[in-house]
Design a protein around this ligand. Structure first.
Ligand SMILES: *[C@@H]1O[C@H](CO)[C@@H](O)[C@H](O)[C@H]1NC(C)=O
Ligand SMILES: *[C@@H]1O[C@H](CO)[C@@H](O)[C@H](O)[C@H]1NC(C)=O
Ligand SMILES: *[C@@H]1O[C@H](CO)[C@@H](O)[C@H](O)[C@H]1NC(C)=O
Length: 518
């Protein structure tokens, strides 16, 4: 990424220098009206730019070398065109020397002692070329062509570098991709009966402790399950219900076939196989399928997004049904009474069975509240200028967090939670109530139906806040890397990573060969 930034910076420098050259030349041999609008604009910018740089003057030699390099490139192509091979070769040699002298110098102090020599010999060959080849129109034409290419490169690189830095936060790194591929291949080599998990009789037993984990990241899912089991007092009573998507289903299944979670039960499903989850039933799917929605998510310059960072809207996470599956828990698990919902960017550090016996006082959702210090109240998430919102909700109501929620599925069905969610989701077709994600509809759906859990159950912020208290982290039952700095990314905060990496099975051969054990 650094490299991309560097390249794009040097292209911008090149671009500016070409513009300057072009303008100087144009002044000599063209009338101003021959310039197109972009060149005129550049001319105005150039004057500003000049002023800025006049005081310092600490890069005048660097600028001279850059100018020479550009003119040499122009003459190389003219010389080649006019069959002056000797001259072209000579220019090319000087060009190499100058580029070497410049390397990545940005001010005169970065230049080596050979620079004045280079400038002199380049000056000589350039003046020879000028005598032999000078043709105002041709030179201007070449410069224009170079400007256009550089311009395009700047544009594409700029796009690429913001894209990459945003993508870094969202995508799966190579190591995990490698792991996923290896597991997928293994999975399809298995005969169908070997793809079954044991103890399927536990899956619908309401007396056991059931977890719901929806993930497309095999390593993250392995950490959640492994950490929960290692810290469970009676692992045989815990049942993990995983749901993934069609790209990751095989890998996640294979991982747990190869690394069965001790005496606990595990079960992996593919969300794309849920036939009941279709666009006639589910408004978010209907909306996703509608053309308007596609435009909203994919159009590159949506008017409501400031600046360049509309990438958030293209994050597949917002498009993924896996993310909305949390609103369909009784449909996925019709036989269960309670389920603990976990995000895949968490680590379990304690036995969690106490959560199943917390009295939710008739509420549906048990969650930790987030409004304490950071003002995460309803008005932060919902559009209170909208009468539907203003009429139904208190802007000061306390927000709560997804990531570790105990849901009472009997109450859920009684209160038709999924119906409430559908109602709000349908009303938000044009995105005026809230913009993105599952938290705003969650806050609305579970309004006055959420029971606050003790904060030590779920400590948040390890994916964005550098100041989460160490004691709080270490005493937490669950820690949550919410934010962009996920523990599996290079972006992760190093001081929080060990709490997560300690649950990676580093001795597994695939983990080692995919270089995930470092
Ligand atoms: C360029 O020069 C080479 C040999 O010096 C000659 O064979 C060729 O025909 C020339 N081409 C043009 C376009 O003048
Ligand atoms: C769509 O879902 C509904 C209920 O969720 C179901 O009754 C219907 O059969 C499904 N349609 C298809 C085509 O699968
Ligand atoms: C908030 O709601 C009002 C009323 O429906 C609407 O005019 C406005 O555009 C909404 N704001 C946003 C940011 O969508």
């Amino acid at each position: 990424m650094k490299q991309v930034k560097f390249i794009s910076l040097s292209f911008i420098v090149l671009w500016t220098t070409i513009v300057v050259k072009l303008i100087l030349l144009s002044r000599l041999c063209l009338k101003l009206q021959d310039l197109d609008w972009r060149e005129k604009l550049a001319l105005q910018n150039y004057n500003l730019w000049r002023k800025e740089n006049e005081d310092g003057n600490s890069d005048s030699t660097v600028r001279l070398i850059r100018d020479q390099i550009i003119m040499a490139r122009v003459y190389v192509s003219i010389a080649t065109m006019k069959n002056q091979t000797d001259l072209a070769r000579e220019l090319q040699n000087r060009l190499k020397e100058s580029q070497h002298a410049l390397r990545d110098a940005s001010s005169d102090s970065d230049l080596g002692p050979s620079a004045p020599e280079r400038i002199k010999s380049m000056g000589q060959v350039l003046s020879k070329a000028k005598d032999k080849l000078y043709d105002c129109k041709l030179v201007t034409g070449k410069l224009r062509a170079m400007l256009q290419t550089a311009d395009e490169q700047v544009r594409s690189l700029k796009k690429q570098s913001t894209f990459l830095s945003q993508l870094a936060a969202k995508t799966i790194p190579n190591g995990i991709h490698c792991l996923s591929m290896r597991l997928t291949i293994e999975y399809y080599l298995l005969s169908p009966e070997k793809r079954e998990f044991p103890r399927s009789e536990n899956l619908e037993n309401p007396k056991l402790y059931h977890y719901a984990l929806f993930s497309d990241n095999v390593l993250a899912a392995s950490v959640v399950v492994n950490s929960a089991i290692l810290n469970a007092k009676e692992p045989e009573k815990h049942v993990f219900h995983l749901v993934s998507d069609k790209l990751n289903f095989a890998a996640i299944s294979m991982w747990f076939l190869l690394n069965p979670p001790g005496k606990a039960t595990i079960h992996v499903e593919n969300v794309d196989e849920f036939k009941w989850l279709n666009s006639s039933y589910c408004p978010v799917l209907r909306q996703l399928e509608s053309a308007a929605m596609k435009a909203y998510y994919f159009k590159s310059d949506h008017p409501t997004t400031a600046g360049s960072s509309n990438l958030k809207y293209r994050n597949p996470k917002y498009l993924s049904m896996l993310n909305h599956l949390r609103f369909y828990l009784p449909q996925v698990y019709p036989k269960l009474d309670k389920i603990l919902f976990l995000d895949d960017d968490i680590v379990v550090q304690k036995d969690l069975t106490g959560l199943w016996s917390v009295d939710l006082n008739g509420n549906v959702n048990g969650a930790v509240e987030t409004c304490g210090e950071s003002f995460h109240r309803f008005d932060k998430y919902l559009n209170f200028s909208n009468p539907h919102i203003a009429r139904n909700f208190d802007p000061n109501a306390c927000g709560w967090a997804y990531g570790m929620n105990i849901f009472d599925l009997k109450e859920w069905k009684k209160k038709d939670i999924t119906g409430i969610y559908h109602k709000w989701q349908t009303m938000n077709e044009d995105r005026v109530l809230w913009k993105l994600g599952t938290l705003p509809p969650g806050l609305m759906t579970f309004y006055r139906l959420t029971h606050p859990l003790d904060k030590s159950w779920h400590v948040l912020g390890l994916g964005y806040s550098p100041t989460v208290d160490k004691t709080e982290i270490e005493n937490a039952a669950v820690i949550h890397y919410n934010g962009n700095m996920k523990p599996w990314l290079e972006l992760a905060m190093t001081k929080y990573r060990p709490y997560w990496t300690k649950y990676i099975k580093v001795d597994h051969p695939f983990i080692r060969s995919c270089k995930l054990s470092e």
